[in-house]
Design a protein around this ligand. Sequence first.
Ligand SMILES: [Zn+2]
Ligand SMILES: [Zn+2]
Length: 440
Amino acid sequence: MSRPATEPSDLLITGASLLGRTSADVLVREGVIAAVGPDAATDAAAGTPRVDGDGLVLLPGFVDLHTHLREPGREDAETVRTGSAAAAAGGFTAVLAMANTSPVTDTAEAAERVLDLGVAAGHCDVQPIGAVTKGLEGAELAELGLMHRSRARVRVFSDDGRCVHDARVMRRALEYVRAFDGVISQHSQDPTLAGPSACCHEGELSGRLGLTGWPAVAESSIIARDAELALHTGSRVHVAHVSTAEGVEAVRWAKRRGARITAEVTPHHLVLTTDLLTGYDPVYKVNPPLRPAEDVEALREALADGTIDAVATDHAPHARHDKEHAFPDAAFGMLGLETAFAVVHDVMVDSGRIDLATLAERMSHAPARIAGLTDHGRAIEAGAPAHLVLVDPTDRITVDPATSHSLSRNTPFAGHTLTGRVRTTILRGRVTAADGEVRN
Ligand SMILES: [Zn+2]
Ligand SMILES: [Zn+2]
């Protein structure tokens, strides 16, 4: 039986291209990069496992700020084991697990349980996110300090799925986490403007399709309010899944004013548009909803210029019987972990909008920084933990849901052909996935 991937290992990666350099060898000893350069291979002990990086680019392992792993409570849709396997296949070495499980991750014990499930699975580092409020009810603060002081070292808190709507509760949460440089990740959706039945971007199309509208102002108004609270408290706020041009403008304005605010965008909001809803296929039902092409363009621009700091998947697996309903009754959400790199590479890098170094910043360095995961998102140099991914920027993939490691199949990209393939994922010097096959 193979050792769990959480144990450090030796490894030699030969001939991979490093950003800003020609090809080099990378030697890993006991999970840490020991040498980088043309002569690293000569230092390798006999019998060191090898990975051929010829023709590939070596990047820091990806970090996902926003993953729904569904355990505990909905192990029919996903488990920590299957979700983190999908993450490894997608090039991720760390994921942050959202708190809206059943029961909710709102105590130190619940957070430690998710952490332990991640270690036992061994596919990638699984960092629990703590709820902001008890039971995600929006009223009483959860055990933020106890979760932070637990073994799980929780630093990111979110009621995702729901917005922390009460400004006083949001203010107190921000004040509370400032002591340990925590961050509140906000699902920006004013429920009085976009309620639980809102499922289609509000506009001409929502009227024509007879679907309840979800207006952009329900997002931008919460972002603006939270920016004011971040300025007032001096604390960090993170905007989950920004989806509109108005939301982007609010983030831009807040950053100009000096608010400690960061934002993420999902791969699906960078590509898919609201007109896909005309067929009422629930695979395109997601929250926030798909937006018109002008919003998609604004999101791409903001990701390129750094207004949006990070890509995050909002991987949201759903069992077939929760997704296969009439559109208004189907569950919100899409898979994302296994397709994230290809989608972002295809739409942002292959199109020439950003280079691979900027992709690494948005998918690895920035999310690790935002989450305070100091072992991840490091430069590829001696002394850094060996959390790495080898990618082929020229190879094309066609998305086949049947090959997914997730327990669910609700990908909106089935049949899409994209340029950019994850080849090998490495956690502490161990290969966790190679060519879509997950090890151990
Ligand atoms: Zn959300
Ligand atoms: Zn989410």
